[in-house]
Design a protein around this ligand. Structure first.
Ligand SMILES: Nc1nc2c(ncn2[C@@H]2O[C@H](COP(=O)(O)OP(=O)(O)OP(=O)(O)O)[C@@H](O)[C@H]2O)c(=O)[nH]1
Ligand SMILES: [Mg+2]
Length: 361
């Protein structure tokens, strides 16, 4: 069985989301106590203020480069080590192939790239820089066909986007970022808090809703997620909303439960729109490396995936996996996440990505 979560039951609770905003100031105590003891009221906490997280320093490209620094410096040093006054022969090609596999590109892609490099160059002396430039070009060419922005279809009201992925991969944050992007483009967006499994998940989405000016359809913790998705779609239709994004749980008691829930959500919303969801977006955490393959396969089987967003490429990313994913599945890569803020979703640019991976400026 493919392990995605390190075991369902034993898996630790997902780490709490880093609060994307400053903690709310402590309430100022009333200076004079009320004359009568006030009745005990369990009040809803006031809605969390939603100021923007301060933009991390550096542009997105420098954050991408930093995120990929671990992979790129390994590759740069490794390639320079292999190609010090050595010819491109079977031994150097084998070493290079191993290095690429070690950088998460996967055996098929590593073999493809080394074979392409060897063509017309076998037996020649090559410098490390030259090899990196050629590999960056070849990687960019592999990635080019999958780079495809997610453009909502204006003919659909709403375009339904179901966001799925393992817990902690960035589903909710990515929804917030996409909401910001589409709101900035003047589109109307509604969010549905389909992760009814955890109370914190609902409040996290509500904060993103406030921050981006999008209504959020939510129910109490433990409510039926499919029913909520149905309600949200009905409301979005009624209000003529252009895009409905549905958040989902990343983990339930076990994989069968999650599959059952996701499939039920799809079944139920199809009662209203047989073509929905129009987009099934899978978020993948770039720091997890090869496990991303298993995640793609499992979510494909569960619910069908139409596109990917790779998150946390600003972190200690193992971005090489994206190259292998592109070659193996050919799924569109819609965007990349390079930070926790609303503006930290970037179009996926194959050349910038490939050059960053190869440590080229
Ligand atoms: N550095 C960085 N952090 C990110 C990025 N995307 C998400 N995160 C952080 O990763 C953590 C998990 O993100 P969530 O959006 O809560 O992930 P999720 O998939 O909704 O998780 P569950 O609801 O538990 O299934 C949060 O602390 C986010 O701020 C990114 O592109 N870069
Ligand atoms: Mg979430």
């Amino acid at each position: 069985m493919i392990k995605l979560w390190g075991g369902w039951k034993s898996a630790a609770e997902p780490k709490p989301e880093a609060a994307p905003e400053a903690p709310a100031p402590a309430p100022v105590p009333a200076p004079v106590p009320p004359p009568e003891p006030a009745p005990v009221v369990v009040a809803e906490p006031p809605p969390a203020p939603a100021p923007e997280a301060p933009a991390p320093s550096g542009g997105w490209l420098s954050r991408l480069r930093q995120g990929l620094a671990k992979s790129s410096s390994k590759l740069t040093e490794g390639i320079s080590g292999i190609f010090v006054s050595r010819r491109l022969d079977d031994a150097t090609l084998e070493e290079l192939e191993d290095l690429l596999i070690g950088a998460d590109l996967g055996p098929i892609t590593a073999a493809h790239l080394t074979q392409a490099l060897a063509q017309n160059r076998f037996g020649k002396v090559m410098s490390g820089d030259e090899v990196r430039r050629i590999l960056a070009d070849d990687i960019a060419a592999l990635l080019e066909p999958v780079a495809e922005p997610l453009v909502p279809d204006p003919a659909l009201k709403p375009h339904v986007v179901l966001v799925v992925g393992v817990n902690g991969t960035g589903k909710t944050t990515t929804i917030g970022k996409l909401a910001r992007q589409w709101r900035d483009e003047g589109r109307s967006v509604m969010l549905a808090a389909g992760d009814t499994f955890r109370a914190a998940a609902v409040s996290q989405l509500k904060i993103w809703g406030e921050r981006t000016g999008c209504p959020v359809v939510a129910r109490e913790t433990g409510a039926d997620a499919a029913g909520l998705a149905f309600d949200a779609l009905e409301r979005a239709r009624r209000e003529g909303t252009e895009i409905l994004m549905i958040d989902t749980a990343g983990r339930l008691q076990n994989k069968t439960d999650l599959m059952g829930e996701l499939q039920k959500m799809v079944r139920v919303i199809r009662k209203l729109d047989p073509d929905a969801p129009h987009t099934v977006l899978l978020t993948l955490d770039a720091t997890t490396g090869q496990n991303a393959h298993a995640q793609v396969e499992v979510f494909q089987e569960m619910v069908g995936v139409t596109g990917l967003i790779l998150t946390k490429l600003d972190g200690s990313a193992r971005g090489g996996v994206l190259v292998g994913l592109a070659q193996k599945y050919g799924l569109p890569v819609h965007a990349i996440g390079v930070g926790e803020g609303a503006g930290d979703l970037r179009p996926f640019e194959p050349t910038a990505f490939a050059r960053s991976l190869m440590g080229l400026g």
